[in-house]
Write a protein that binds this ligand. Sequence first.
Ligand code: ADP
Ligand code: MG
Length: 638
Amino acid sequence: MSQTVDQRKSPGRIQQLSASVINKIAAGEVIERPASVVKELMENSVDAHATRIDVLIEKGGADLISITDNGSGIEPDDLTLAVTSHATSKIADADDLFSVATMGFRGEALASIAEVSHMKIRSRTGQQDSGFELLVHGGNAEPPVPCGCAPGTSIEVANLFFNTPVRQKFLRTTQTEMGHITEAFTRIALPNPHIQMTLKHNQRIIHELPATNNWLERIQGFFGDEIASHLIPIESEDSGIRLSGFVANPKINRSNNKMQYLFLNRRHIRDRSLQHALSEAYRGLLMVGRFPITFLKLEMPPNIIDVNVHPAKLEVRFQDGGRLYSQLLGTIRNKFLTTDLTATQQQPVAPVDSAAGSSESTMENWSRQQLNQSFGDTSLPGEQNELAFPNRQPVRDWVTHPRESSAATTPAFQPYEHPAPVSPNVGPHFSTEHAALNPDYQSDQPPTQNYRALQLHNRYLVTENDEGLVIIDQHALHERVIYEQLREKVLAGKLETQRLLVPEPVSLTAAEAALVLDNQEILSEIGIEVDSFGGDSILVSGYPAMLVNHNPAEILRNVVELLQNEGKKPERRDVIDSLLHLISCKAAIKAGDKLTAEEIEDLLRHRDLCQDSHHCPHGRPTALVFTRNELDKRFKRI
Ligand code: ADP
Ligand code: MG
């Protein structure tokens, strides 16, 4: 360190840096590690319209990086220029910068790489009979000499960072560097399925990808059948911006966002705002701390993006980021609404017809019933009094019909009746085979839905749909139903608060009390009314009507725990969402609760009205489906 200080020039003397120093500085920006070389060279091959690219690596790229393509090749006269900094064939003037359609344009990659390695370029254009070879040692180019080679370009980069020992010292293990290289390779191979590509490390084949015009096939080539079979295609277009690709069924997810591949005009990018849109789209479908898997392509005219804001062009600036955010969020949400996300293989599914009439009015009815039952008849003071002690009288506020007092009146076993006929044209997955199976089938009969199920172990409901056998987790489903109800009410500002006639003081620690008061406003949005009660006590004067069976102190303690888990500076909507999860979990029927036939029917009816009835708000599936096909197979019928 002291050496650097000693050698420092006195301030005030301005010198033009030598080309070598400039290139080394540029190299520092563009070439961080072997993977950066792979990225830059592969991008050049893509820009040269190669249909085949072979990447050969030795010792994690520290010894050798060799990339061969069958692209346009470089004219012999241009070879030396290609390794000169700011030499590019891709843009000519500053205006071109705002309509870049190629991967490269800065004209510094080859120069930077050549500056810090031993580089050998062999290239031949389609018009030439033989190629030319150029050697560059640490930035010093020899004159090109003729050589025999196939049309295209082959670049070998040996001893990377041999003359920049600091960089070299920062190289990690072969395995780590190879990991970065594989990722760089993936990011270029994914959006270019039409290019045949191979990646080899120390003579071992890592990836061998045939050219294909099916994107899913390329994705599968990298990530296997498990992921590929759970991808849901999405597509949309809005004012010249085309979004297409795949989002994974939420049941397949990751603990980080590395599997969120986003390509803008075939260039891999990372974008915070769009990543946020993805989390929003999966909100309520994934457990906290889990991330969706997505493969998305954005295509838009180059003149509405600025790609020149990041040295490795990893980040870009959009002219209308807000609109793009909405497009992404909207497209995925709409797709999920019309997709059966139940824990079975992906299949598009038609909206379920409900005998209960239009879903809107039914939803309304249900809310009203819930409201009435939570509040009781508010005009009677006697009942209001009782609500001040909500634990005394358990109220089943989710059932349309009051509970029978004796379990004996409800048969434990509800024989499953043959489902009512369903019109064969309700959905693309409905085959005539179903109709043929049902002797009562009449095409002109209006579709009805059966809401009967068998309750097992007081926790699972077994029923069927036209796909197969369905097993529902009663708690998870009810939790989901309530969550969606609550969310709608909060959005409409119509959540009912149960005001306590005698507010209840709850003593907490000083930190806990402060946390609660900090969030006083958010809490009131979801119906929890709190105030300071002196010292470390908090006075609860109201709480969500849904939780009428619960003790205010218990609710508050749960809320404190939740707020503590949110960490510093949580987003307001995240807090509200977590609180809604908490409330729905508490208000829902539990595993172990015996249900009457009416309660089961009611729950199943609401299942069909849910936006996403397939997952509880924590992201666990609410139902498992065993398709008829699967059952037939297991029973060796087919
Ligand atoms: P940029 O890609 O930003 O133009 P580079 O330093 O990466 O700058 O490349 C300089 C020039 O060399 C390119 O503009 C291109 O004309 C030529 N070039 C580089 N690699 C190849 C290749 N594999 N095939 C054909 N031409 C290439
Ligand atoms: Mg380039």
